[in-house]
Write a protein that binds this ligand. Sequence first.
Ligand SMILES: C[S@@+](CC[C@H](N)C(=O)[O-])C[C@H]1O[C@@H](n2cnc3c(N)ncnc32)[C@H](O)[C@@H]1O
Length: 296
Amino acid sequence: MKSQFAEDTSAWPLRCNKWEPVQIISGDVRQELKEIPENTFHTCITSPPYWGMRDYGHERQIGAEETLPEYVANLVSCFREVRRVLRNDGTFWLNIGNTYTSGGRAWRDKDAKNKGRAMSYRPDTPEGLKPKDLIGVAWMVAMALQSDGWYLRSDIIWHKPNCQPESVKDRVTVSHEYLFMFSKNENYYFDQEAIKEYTADGKGRKNKRTVWAINTEPCKEAHFAVFPRALVRPCILAGSPPGGHILDPFFGSGTVGVVAIETGRNCVGVEAKPEYIEIAKNRINGVTPSLFTSYP
Ligand SMILES: C[S@@+](CC[C@H](N)C(=O)[O-])C[C@H]1O[C@@H](n2cnc3c(N)ncnc32)[C@H](O)[C@@H]1O
């Protein structure tokens, strides 16, 4: 079977002239994006590490900054590079959730159900906030990106009907994250028809709405949150034409690459952790290209 991915074996200009279905670049997103020419991708879909939530166990990890402003500034500068490599009619879909302050604990113990949640560090409560406060970090990042020049076009609620139960007794259980849609310029590529929804009576079609109910999808090899494919698919269909070029700068287990192949697009992923690249390669090699994949 022909391999569906190419590894980072040559200089970018060579790779760029020969698009593979998926190209995985192993390294730190802050360095690797600088090697890519401007105006390359139709759309970027990504989920960066959340602040202080997971220990990915590598020195280059974003998300382990000591302070919230450092984390926000790091993401803004990463995504400034994303803006440069996007085509002028490009879009950027950012999945990010809010978190709570730690309440003064310095570490988080192993979580038997979710190994990725064991932490060797835990950031302090940010200045101006109190223990138990909801940190509106998703919106802080969105606002900072808007100030940096992005057009903030939609705040989509990813509603998770099968969300993790929480043992909290004094607030409601979190069952959503955000998917912010940005554009590089005022006018941009957006295929509204490709993602229309059925009307309630099933007889007609209407524009897609801003609340998307999508179950989380387990990935048995990865000990961290992976994208459900159903979340990625509308972003790819609306944000790129068939054969279009997609970027995920925090590739993880490669879900964006999987959906790019399923929908007949090409994808470049950047990932710092070699073990995750192996997971992504295995997943991607098992995908059958098809325009009609349906998800649970
Ligand atoms: C939330 S996960 C992405 C999961 C992905 N959406 C999926 O479906 O599998 C974030 C990823 O960012 C990677 N990462 C963290 N810091 C990085 C950096 N500086 N450069 C490149 N990748 C980084 C982590 O190793 C992790 O795989």
